[in-house]
Unconditional design. Structure first.
Length: 296
């Protein structure tokens, strides 16, 4: 991963300092060149939270936002990043996993959204940026963004993407995997079972999974340990005590056998039935068991 210190370090320091006194934004449509100074204006005026939907992450773009993010966090402003899990990031986005680690070290909350492609920024639930520009991976490509003010549009996004549950309510999305300790936990959808579940972004190298309703990693680990203990205890009991065969299976396993002879064959009995390998008076033939039987 590239150094966090950008080549134009002093230039970005001046931008950071200038965030304290910037003019207001005007207009609703912005090119990529117009977007960045206007977006910095909005960040400078943020009071509570900044939410960024950026499918892709690059160390180059992060290095340009690192100082600004640090300044916002020092003011007590919460920053949330919603992105693709490491295993969904395209190979060209080299260093994306390291960027995620750096974001978490700063104190930024990261959440993963499977298959996402939205490029959005929400500031204090008052300002919405939406368009084609990836805020955490943009380089030199031509992009387009729209700026919309008003709580209604932000409220609609919160409901549509269930952001209260994803960002505000406690969950394990974005946490470090407790099994491999080197990848992240992401929410995935199983098309086979038609339901969501948590898994490690390092799959198939790591096979960690958890129910989508899991809210606390510590509780999950404790419950898993209890489950292992119970299985060990059950295994120990099964070694000390004979396994009881169900009534359904009892008819297939003989409990008593007589000697085999040409006339009478072999006979045995179960709790409810007499069995014979040859036909005897009063016995009926079972096609399933391939033997003759009579109730006791």
């Amino acid at each position: 991963m590239k150094s966090i210190k950008d080549e134009k370090f002093e230039h970005w320091i001046s931008i950071l300092n200038s965030l304290k006194n910037r003019p207001e934004n005007f207009g609703t449509t912005y090119t990529d060149h117009e977007f960045w100074p206007s977006f910095h204006n909005d960040l400078a005026n943020a009071e509570n939270e900044v939410i960024i939907f950026s499918p892709f992450l690059t160390s180059e773009r992060f290095s340009k936002l690192h100082l600004i993010f640090s300044e916002l966090l020092s003011k007590g402003i919460s920053i949330y990043v919603i992105t693709l899990a490491p295993n969904e990031q395209p190979p060209i986005m080299e260093g994306s996993k390291e960027v995620m680690t750096k974001l978490k070290e700063l104190g930024i909350t990261i959440k993963f959204r499977q298959g996402m492609h939205e490029k959005i920024a929400l500031i204090d639930k008052k300002i919405k940026w939406v368009g084609s520009l990836n805020i955490l991976s943009h380089n030199t490509k031509k992009e387009y963004m729209e700026r919309i003010e008003g709580k209604n549009s932000s409220k609609e996004l919160f409901e549509k993407f269930n952001l209260d549950d994803l960002l505000i309510q406690k969950n394990i999305n974005g946490e470090i995997c407790p099994k491999c300790n080197s990848n992240f936990i992401a929410l995935r959808f199983s098309y086979k079972n038609r339901q969501y579940f948590y898994s490690c972004s390092g799959y198939p190298d790591c096979d960690f999974t958890a129910n989508s309703k899991t809210r606390n990693l510590d509780n999950f680990i404790n419950n898993s340990e209890k489950g292992k203990t119970t299985k060990i205890q059950q295994a120990k009991v099964s070694k000390d005590k004979p396994v009881k065969i169900s009534t359904k299976l009892e008819t297939t396993l003989p409990t008593k056998k007589s000697t085999v002879n040409e006339k009478d064959g072999t006979q045995w009995e179960t709790p409810l039935t007499f069995w014979s390998s040859v036909k005897l008076p009063g016995y009926r033939y079972s096609e399933k068991k391939k033997a003759w039987w009579k109730k006791k």
